[in-house]
Write a protein that binds this ligand. Sequence first.
Ligand code: MG
Length: 302
Amino acid sequence: MAEFEVIKPRFAELIIGMCHLEKLYSGTRWAEGPVYFADGRYLLFSDIPNNRMLRFEEETGAVSLFRSPSNFTNGHTRDRQGRLVSCEHGTRRVTRTEPDGSITVLADRFEGRRLNSPNDVVVRSDGSIWFTDPPYGILSDYEGFKADSEIGACNVYRLDPDSGALTIVAGDFDKPNGLAFSADETVLYVADSGRSHGADKPHHVRALHVTPQGEVTAQRVFADIEPGIPDGLRLDSEGRLWISAEDGVQCYEPDGTLIGKVLVPEPVANLTFGGPRRNRLFITASSALYAVFLNVRGLQTP
Ligand code: MG
């Protein structure tokens, strides 16, 4: 089975001939939220319907339970101090895990009303926390707890690191999902996975030009993703976007040109670069965790 699809010849330079897509673990119901810890050489990821987080040890290949129940965590990232920041469907909040293991709630309400079910999160170099809030965790009891939306909208939020104030960055997404900053942090890429619940709904990634305070000064559709929907995404050191889709991970140049794909046999939810040199792409795809070494490095945040 082909493991890569080369659409533009320059994508071939990003492939290492002897490196193949490896299945590292199987047994998840819906794998999501990969986050890499170079200091411990492990990867954490969510298994949302099973209400648990798993830990993959890079040196031994072992996978163990990290947290269960996990409050149906979805996306994760690390903050400027290296602490784990998590989106929780079950408790409808964004949390931080402290070095001693205790959990601090960073955001659970907007103007007094509960969030829907925070999905994915990224931290800017100034410490501000940006996250998306679609309803996937409250649509059924499968990935959280079925409930009505109190806010009645699916927003992209910015959490101020000093005041703790939550403000809306964008309120016009159908189901905002994965997100990532450009290297200079002037562009915030946000996936809209609305098509998961309607064939005529959005399935694109938008590029929002944002001020550090979260004001959108301009925006455009970066790319329509086919097949399936975009969920998680990451940038590499050259500004290329690696975006999840039904057929694998798709690689786009900064101008929106699709140059190639890492083909994965299951729909992909999310991905992250890891390994000590950030040249290993970890992929959470439905029932399994995959990885492949590439001739690229993930973007190092400033
Ligand atoms: Mg997601």
